[in-house]
Design a protein around this ligand. Structure first.
Ligand SMILES: Cc1cc2nc3c(=O)[nH]c(=O)nc-3n(C[C@H](O)[C@H](O)[C@H](O)COP(=O)(O)OP(=O)(O)OC[C@H]3O[C@@H](n4cnc5c(N)ncnc54)[C@H](O)[C@@H]3O)c2cc1C
Length: 402
């Protein structure tokens, strides 16, 4: 059963046409034409002041009778033809969500000369890749990318759209949500599904990281969220991926954008990128001064890892911001996280607590970091870390100092 229209009440004000996120309502004179793509999202019903529109009794926000949902979409972020790691992470998570909803996962790939990434996306968990290639998509322009993704969403009507909360995702995804007149939860660290109502449960830190808030988008479609890189686990790449790459022509690309791409300035990178490191040795204010980070660098080098830090250490000027882990820094989930002389404030924990194995070194047995640690060493870091370094060196037959 479709949207109910009471023509005798209609004032032909056109508000419903404006409110429709999918552009399927058309007003000709005082007749409202309800197009095929109506998914009973209810946006028109909400704005109609004279109650000329109603949803059928059985219609909840979803599943949408008559419209097979296009499932869970992941924006496939790529730069210069290389996929951002968050794309595979999100595809892994999207598969988990899609299985609960009994729908498929699609990756949306925008760019120019990026078709070669299609197989990698299928291997990472996508059932389907929507591919739009155009010279105007070669460099990232918020305006162009937003228009392209909006047009795709209007065309295929996904139930959920996920993107990385990277600089790129944060820059243009809000525009897409605004254009589709739907909600967006930024910077999520966990997702779930309410299977009865088919709602995406979008969890993110709120109020300075002191609580975790779970947010829903119950009345509009698609349900949209950006997710922190480094939080979700990617799937093991499929050896023989199946699925299809669907080339899509987009009308929005015919129009020249108002903004112009000027150039790229490459960011100064940390020694080993934190996001890719399997081992991280992170230090906090307990290190006392900048030069003591050398100790952590030595341990990290021996373990083939990277050095991280708390905001306390970064604010003290002991180590650059690129190393900061936590709510206002990076989110990481290495195999081994060694937390040295850091207390384990909530704002730090949200950035590292999904690490596989956590070792904490702190002289205060009450330090909150011990609550998330798999192994806790209570003692002075200036004794424990050099002793660890010595042991590793001995074990590997390397020169031992002292
Ligand atoms: C909005 C907001 C966002 C924030 N974002 C972040 C963020 O992204 N990342 C982040 O880390 N923080 C963030 N913070 C700051 C956070 O609240 C804490 O202040 C910070 O994490 C504390 O850093 P720390 O653990 O290094 O210092 P402290 O809390 O001072 O802890 C130092 C620890 O070192 C131990 N110690 C001292 N000497 C030794 C020794 N010799 N041997 C062993 N242990 C020793 C002490 O027992 C203590 O537990 C944010 C705060 C706010 C309000």
């Amino acid at each position: 059963m479709g949207l109910i229209f009471y023509s005798e009440k209609c004032m032909a004000c056109g508000q419903c046409v404006e409110a429709c996120p999918f552009g399927v309502l058309l007003l000709t004179g005082d007749t409202l034409i309800i197009g095929e793509g109506c998914n009973l999202c209810g946006a028109c019903v909400e704005v109609c002041e004279v109650e000329a529109l109603a949803l059928p009794e059985t219609a909840g926000p979803s599943p949408r009778p008559g419209v097979p949902p296009d499932g869970v979409w992941v924006f496939a972020e790529q730069r210069r033809g290389e996929l951002a790691p968050v794309t595979a992470e999100l595809l892994g998570e999207a598969r988990r969500l899609a299985d609960t909803l009994n729908v498929k996962v699609a990756a949306v790939l925008l760019g120019d000369g990026v078709a070669h990434l299609g197989d990698a996306l299928l291997a990472a968990g996508a059932h389907k890749v929507y591919l739009a290639e155009h010279p105007r998509l070669q460099d990232f322009l918020e305006e162009t990318y937003a228009a392209a993704l909006t047009e795709m969403a209007q065309k295929f009507q996904p139930e959920i759209i996920l993107a990385g909360a990277t600089y790129l995702g944060r820059a243009f995804i809000p525009r897409v949500a605004a254009a589709l007149k739907t909600g967006l939860t930024a910077d999520c660290t966990a997702f779930g599904i309410d299977p009865e109502k088919r709602l995406l449960l979008q969890t993110r830190p709120a109020f300075g990281g002191n609580i975790m808030a779970t947010i829903i988008t119950p009345r509009t479609y698609p349900q949209m969220a950006t997710a922190r890189p480094g939080v979700f686990k990617h799937l093991a790449a499929a050896a023989a991926p199946t699925g299809e790459v669907v080339p899509v022509e987009l009308m929005s690309l015919a129009k020249p954008p108002r903004s112009r791409f000027a150039g790229t300035v490459l960011e100064i990178k940390e020694r080993v990128p934190l996001s890719a490191a399997e081992v991280i040795v992170a230090g906090g204010r307990g290190l006392k001064e900048a030069k003591n980070f050398k100790l952590l660098e030595e341990l990290a080098d021996l373990l083939g890892g990277a050095v991280g830090a708390t905001r306390g250490a970064v604010d003290a000027g002991w180590i650059p911001y690129a190393h900061q882990i936590g709510q206002t820094g990076k989110t990481v989930s290495p195999k081994l996280y060694i937390a040295v002389g850091l207390s384990g404030a909530t704002q730090h924990l949200v950035g590292m607590q999904s690490s596989d194995f956590i070792v904490a070194i702190n002289k205060d047995p009450q330090a909150p970091i011990f609550q998330v640690a798999d192994v806790g060493l209570v003692g002075d870091l200036f004794e424990i870390v050099p002793a660890l370094i010595q042991e590793i060196r001995k074990d590997r037959n390397l020169a031992v100092s002292g």
